[in-house]
Each structure stands twice: as C-alpha cells, then as structure tokens.
Write a protein that binds this ligand. Structure first.
Ligand code: PXG
Length: 460
C-alpha cells in the first residue's frame, strides 16, 4: 500500500494543488515538470517564506500590489473591526455605508484635479470593463452614440475579462478566444528600445503618439470614444515612454474630443514616487482606473475615478447607469484602503520613494548596465525593467530558444529573490517600504542571477 503524504505538508499541498487547483496564465505540464507550485506560507516586510522555510526577497510586491509590504497589523485590524461593525452592505438602491464614502472623498483629494468621483469594483479588470460601459453611455447621453471605439496599444495589459482583454494588446490573450471585441483598436506602443530603430527616443515618442492620431483619422473622430494607456506599461515589460509621448497624446485627445484614460492599476499609489503615474508624467486624464496598491493587495478592491463633467453627464441624465457589482464599495475593502492610505501618509512613503529609495534603486540598477547581458535599465521610483540582449550595440535580442529571461528568472528563484521575466526583460516593483540595505541585497542577488545566467549561455 502506498502511503499518502500527511495533510498540510509541502508534498500534500503540491499534490492537491496539481489535482484540484486551476492556476491563471499557467501551463500545467510545465508546472508539473518544475515539481509543482512553490507554496508561500507567510511574509513580513519585503520577505516571503515558503513551506520549506526558504526566505525570499519579494522584488515584485506580490503582483505589483503589496505597496506597504507584508504584516501590517493595522490593516488587519481595520478589516477585523469593520467586519464586526458591518461586514457587508450594498451601495445599490439609495443606500451607502461609511467606508466607501470616506474613501471616495480621500481619493478625490489624492488624484489629479477634476477627478472627484469614484465608482467601485473589485479588480482592475472590472474597473476597465466599467470604463468601457461608462464611456459609451457618456457619449450616447451627449447625443453621439456612434462614438464607441477605444484605441489602445499593442502589448498593453488592462485585465482578463472580455472587455479588459480587448482593451489590452496581448496577442496570446486575443488568440485564446477571438478577441478583441468589435470597437477595440490597437496602435504601436512607445517602446523605443525594441521598436525605435534609428530614431532618437524623442522622435520615436512623437511617432508612436501620432499613430494614435492616424488611427483616429482612419476611423473618423466621430466614432472614437477614448484612448487608454498605462502611464508606464507594467506587465508589458516596464516600458517608460519617451518624454515626448504623453504631451503629444494629450494634445491629440484634446484636438479630436477623445477621452483620455490613464490606467493606474500598477502606477498608482506611490509606485513612481508620486501618488499616481499621471502626476509623475504630467498626464491629465479624464478617467483613472486603479486597483492593486489601493489596499496594498490585502483585500480586493478597485475604483474608477471619474472627471466632473463625465460624472455630471452620466448621473444627471435622468436615467439609471445600469451597471454595478455586488461588491461595489465593499465596506471591509474600503476600510482597509483607508487604513492603507493613512499608513502611507503617516510613514511619508510616497515622499520616501520620490526622494530616497526610488533614486537609490534606479542608480544601483544602472550599475548593472555594464553587465554583458544587460542592454537597458529603465524605470522610475520603485518600478524598473532590465532588458537582456545578445548585442548591446544593435539592441538585438537573444533567439527565443535561448529563453534568457526565463533562465534568469529561475536563477533569481534559486538565489532567493523574486523578479518576473516579461520576454527578456526582468521587471521589478518591490514593496515601497524597502530599505536601502534591502535594495543592496536585491541588487546583489539579481547580479548573481545575471552572472549565473550569463555563464549558462556562455556569455561570461
Ligand atoms: N490594468 C493594469 C495596468 C494591470 O497591470 C489590470 C489592469 C487588471 O487588474 P486585475 O485586478 O483584474 O488583475 C492589471 C493587472 C503580470 C500581471 O504578470 C499583471 C497584472 C495582473 C496579473 C499578472 O505582470 N496586472
């Protein structure tokens, strides 16, 4: 008789996980070959611990979200107290609860001028679905129901629901089930390092922005509802657009009466050293979806911040906006968001990232530019991308079979640091509470992983 592994041990968890748990964005065969899932059991500060007792430095803040780091009792207490007081009530049918009201007021204060109204959901994807519906409804009320089309960029990530994946520009996601939906168009991304050719970054930034103008003219401005972009693309590989890009996008959206949506799901809540990426890059959006860092990932919550004129039009139309979720404005999630923001303010975390730890991480990472594998280091605040190439002078990538990014990510895991590979770019977004000493540790583990990778492929 074969003995069963004891319950709640690594072996048991891995086996039950394999049998019963379907993971997002995962090839089960590849997962099984790797020996099954890594089981993370606890965390404190910037440190994760797995079921085998390994301590890993979390260079990704979970999935770009645990901005205040792990283990804050006051966030747990905010949830506990709110659960005892009122664990749930809805915000439909002329009712509200205190936490979403207080949070909406706070968000209106923190976001750029004019964004004074919050519509809640539970994920970034739902926030972007909300935007798709809200924007079309807005133009219909304004007597332009044919203004329905969204323009986004190739390699953008806006979520996994049908509308959010249509807004996104990830080819593999579109191929899964015949997306994008009609009315979702894509243009080139402002990715100078890969696509800039002989152009200077500034000229390329203008070219990429003007691709939006060309698309508007091709479709007809009277059919284009909105343009959406992440201030800095996160899941696309931490792509910081040239400085010429966003001002030109802003001019184009204004000229053709196209709403500008800045997707702040990753850039929001201090990641760039400003409360929002829009403030870092001087973007004046009409709508701002946000999620992740709003609660530092302690509970699911998202919001769409809506500009005054749009909110007045939508809610002053004398008819319902027929859209919403059971958990829109969930009191426990909103209470945690308020505690999270209070903690960020009390600790001066955004200022610390802006003045101290952001510049320090960026400077330390730029020391890696001389490494034989590193073509470019980019980023701002505590978000960064390191692009690995075979030929630095021509910016030529390694052949796909070399899988240099995947190798480097696996070496990172062996060296007990979490980074994510997006193609051949290693991306980082550590918790905002990371100290300078922990940044040194992060960079030294990353450097070792780059060396190990270079040795494996004969580049060192
Ligand atoms: N917008 C942006 C800019 C995002 O990064 C979403 C919307 C969707 O949020 P939800 O909460 O629905 O997941 C995201 C999410 C990765 C990765 O591997 C990135 C995200 C999600 C999952 C994986 O980098 N970003």
């Amino acid at each position: 008789m074969t003995s069963q592994p004891a319950r709640n041990t690594t072996t048991w968890w891995r086996e039950a996980d394999r049998r019963h748990h379907l993971h997002p964005f995962t090839d089960a065969k590849e997962l099984a070959e790797a020996g099954g899932s890594r089981i993370i059991t606890k965390a404190e500060g910037v440190w994760l611990e797995d079921s085998e007792g390994n301590r890993m430095l979390d260079g990704m803040a979970g999935l770009w979200c645990v901005n205040v780091g792990y283990g804050h009792k006051e966030l747990a207490e905010a949830a506990y107290n709110q659960m005892l007081e009122l664990p749930y009530y809805n915000t439909f049918f002329k009712t509200s609860t205190p936490p979403p009201i207080e949070l909406a007021e706070k968000l209106a204060e923190l976001t750029p001028e004019g964004l004074n109204h919050a519509f809640y959901a539970t994920s970034g994807s739902e926030a972007n679905d909300t935007i798709a519906r809200l924007v079309r409804r807005y133009w219909a009320i304004k007597g332009q129901p044919e203004k329905r089309c969204f323009i986004s960029r190739d390699n953008a990530y806006h979520g996994s629901t049908m509308a959010a994946a249509s807004l996104g520009g990830m080819k593999a996601m579109h191929e899964l089930d015949g997306l994008p939906l009609p009315g979702f168009e894509h243009v080139m991304q402002p990715y100078w390092y890969k696509e800039g050719g002989d152009l200077s970054p500034e000229d390329f930034g203008l070219k990429a922005a003007r691709a939006v103008e060309e698309k508007i003219l091709e479709l007809g401005a009277d059919t284009v509802a909105a343009f959406i972009g992440e201030p800095i693309q996160g899941a696309g590989g931490v792509i910081v657009p040239p400085a010429s890009y966003w001002p030109e996008i802003q001019r184009i959206c204004g000229k053709y009466d196209v709403l500008l949506v800045a997707d702040e799901v990753i850039c929001g809540f201090g990641r760039t050293g400003h409360w929002f990426g829009s403030q870092c890059l001087d973007i004046k959006p009409d709508l701002m979806p946000m999620a992740k860092g709003i609660t530092s990932g302690y509970l699911p919550l998202s919001a769409v911040m809506v500009g005054d004129e749009i909110a007045d039009t939508l809610y002053g139309a004398g008819a319902e906006f027929s859209h919403g979720f059971t958990y829109s404005g969930h009191p426990v999630s909103c209470a945690v968001a308020l505690a999270n923001i209070a903690l960020m303010e009390r600790e001066g975390l955004v200022e610390k990232v802006h003045e101290e730890t952001g510049p320090y991480l960026q400077a330390r990472l730029r020391e890696l530019a001389s490494h034989p594998l590193v073509g470019e280091v980019r980023g701002v605040g505590l978000i960064a991308g390191i692009e690995l190439v075979e030929d630095k002078s021509t910016r030529r990538s390694y052949a796909a079979e070399t899988a240099v990014g995947v190798r480097c990510r696996e070496n990172c895991v062996r060296n007990l640091v979490i980074s994510r590979a997006v193609g051949d770019s290693m991306v980082l977004s550590p918790p905002l509470i990371i100290s300078k000493a922990e940044i040194d540790e992060l960079v030294s583990r990353l450097q070792k992983s780059l060396d190990d990778t270079a040795r494996e492929i004969g580049a060192l």
